[in-house]
Structure formats: C-alpha cells, structure tokens
Write a protein that binds this ligand. Structure first.
Ligand code: 13P
Ligand code: SF4
Length: 309
C-alpha cells in the first residue's frame, strides 16, 4: 500500500514537472483511472486529446489510441506505459491488404473502426468508434458501397442497425469480446434472473440478440447508472466495474468470464501498470512517433468523424 501511494505521488509530481495530462481508458486498472485527468471510451478520449493545454500526453490505453492522440496533437509528445499494449483488431488488418482492396474497388468508401493502425487510418475515408459507428455509416451516401474495417461483429451490428446492403465487412475480431457466446450468457442469466444485459458491439450477434442494451464502454456505464434496474450483466471488459461501482454504488454488476482466461480482461490493456505510467512520464519513453505525411493523411478521416455531431 505504501509503495503504491509513493508511486501515485511520483506520478502527480511528474505530471506537474512535464506539464503532462494522463488519459486513461475504462479498461485500465482502478489505480491508473484514479490518477487520470480524463477516463473515457475511445471517442471521448480522442476528443479530450485535443482539448487540453500542456506539452505531454501520457496515454494509458492501447497503442492505436495513443497514435490517434498523436495525430490530433502533432506538436505534443505522446508517451505510453507499454509499447506492447496492442489490439487483436489492429493485427487483423494489414495496410497492404487494404491498399490492394482499394486498387481493385476504388468506388468503395473505407470506414475504419478506431481500432486500426495509423497507416490503415491514412487509407480510410472516415473513422468510427463503437459509440458512433451507426451514425458514421449513415453519413455516407446510400448508393456508395462501403468497406467496413476490421471488426466483423461491430460491422454486422452496424449493418443490421442501418439496413445497409452494399457493405463488405473485414473478418477481424476482438480476442476478448468475440469469445463470449449465448451459452455462457444464458448460464449467467440463469444465475441472476433479474439482471438486465448490457453488451459492447464487439460481442458476437448471438450475445447482442440476448442483450437489453448495446453500446460503447461509456454508453454502457451511462445506461446502467441511469436505468431504474439495480442489477446488470455487463458484456465488456471488467475494467468498467470501477466507474460502475463509483457512479452507482448501490447496484450489482456481473461479468462473464471468457473461454481463454476465465476472466473478462483484455491482456493488452492490462499490460499497463502504475509503475509503467510513472516510468513513461519520467523517461518520456516509449514515445509515439509517426511521419508527418501519415499524420496529415490520417488526420482527415479522424477529423471527419469528430466533425459529425
Ligand atoms: P470503446 O470505444 O467502447 O472504448 O471500445 C474500445 C475497445 O477497444 C473495446 O474493446
Ligand atoms: Fe482490442 Fe479487444 Fe483489447 Fe479492445 S478489448 S483493446 S478490441 S483486444
């Protein structure tokens, strides 16, 4: 406990010395969230990244989120606790394959989920997050065919919500959300028959069909906090439980362990620790470095998304 307090104090000191802001995703450990200047989903953190004064952004999340912050703040330094905090969706979508598709099908609008590399973003017409994907797809003229990258479950959900037929969907998956299935959810529902179900759209369709609400991490938190019900099954990474218990202390939340780890945690997000947050602020490393050309090109689809009200 003493050691943790000391590290927390060091982080606060370093933030002041470096004129730094700490942004944390909802999937971070509670002690990281508690020290952050902003905690949010990927859309909120992209907006926040543009809004503060200071020289350094320490991004406690995964690499593609820090890259997005860098694109939006090319003049600021962006550091991360762990360079290996990646994402299976990013890994599923190689920029060479996206370029090859565009050469064969130049008529397609490329809509990329924010969980893509900055190089893939640079090849995209517009970005989306789990919070605004339906709105983004609806903003594209109906006659224009769409390539949706890279999450098959989010893509299927968006297609079902928009009724869009001319949409090709990449075959990537999140290694956390895609492993949940109807059987596991039904078992948890049987244990907690009064609980409502809130799910992230990266879950498979069979899970979404059994859910009372589908939305991004922040949207799930808002829905559970504001709903009259007192008990929920939450089909996303268990890091959200920190905000849920803080904002709705009297309510009960259940998480469903997935098949791989018997937990509900993202192994990439959980690479970050308080010590590594301190070290990245102290050493200003690992640092996000992106060529000016890619920054310029990737900024276009990100700004298009952020401009959508
Ligand atoms: P959010 O956009 O809901 O923050 O999701 C990001 C993510 O990586 C979900 O697994
Ligand atoms: Fe990527 Fe899934 Fe982890 Fe989110 S939870 S960062 S989509 S691997």
């Amino acid at each position: 406990m003493l050691a943790t307090n000391t590290i927390a104090e060091e982080i606060l000191d370093l933030k002041r010395q470096r004129s730094a802001v700490l942004l944390a995703h909802h999937y971070q450990e509670p002690e990281i969230q508690d020290l952050a200047d902003a905690v949010g989903d990927s859309l909120e953190l992209s907006r926040k990244a543009r809004q503060f004064d200071g020289d350094v952004i320490a991004f406690a999340g995964v690499w593609f989120m820090a890259e997005t912050a860098k694109v939006l703040n090319p003049q600021r330094m962006v550091v991360v606790p762990d360079r290996e905090a990646g994402c299976s969706l990013v890994d599923s979508c190689r920029v060479e394959d996206v370029r090859a598709f565009k050469q064969r099908h130049p008529e397609y609008a490329v809509v990329s989920y924010i969980n893509t590399s900055v190089e893939v973003k640079a090849e995209s017409d517009i970005l989306c997050t789990s919070r605004n994907a339906v709105k983004v797809v609806n903003s594209i003229p109906a006659e224009r065919p769409i390539l949706f990258l890279p999450d098959i479950n989010l893509g299927n959900y968006v297609q079902q919500q928009t009724g869009r037929e001319n949409m090709k969907i990449w075959q990537g998956v999140c290694i956390v959300h895609s492993t949940w299935n109807a059987k596991r959810l039904l078992r948890t529902k049987a244990e907690h028959p009064d609980a409502l179900v809130a799910a992230h759209p990266e879950c498979p369709p069979e899970v979404l069909r059994l859910s009372d609400f589908v939305g991004s991490t922040s949207a799930i938190i808002e829905w559970c906090v504001n709903h009259d019900a007192g008990e929920f099954i939450v089909m996303t990474e268990s890091g959200v439980s920190h905000s849920l218990h803080r904002l709705a202390p009297g309510k009960r939340f259940h998480f469903v362990p997935n098949e791989n780890c018997n937990c509900s945690e993202c192994p990439y997000m959980k690479r970050n620790t308080l010590e590594k947050v301190r070290d990245c602020l102290r050493n200003l490393d690992p640092k996000v470095e992106i060529s000016p050309e890619i920054i310029e090109r990737a900024a276009v689809p990100i700004q298009r998304m952020l401009a959508l009200k």
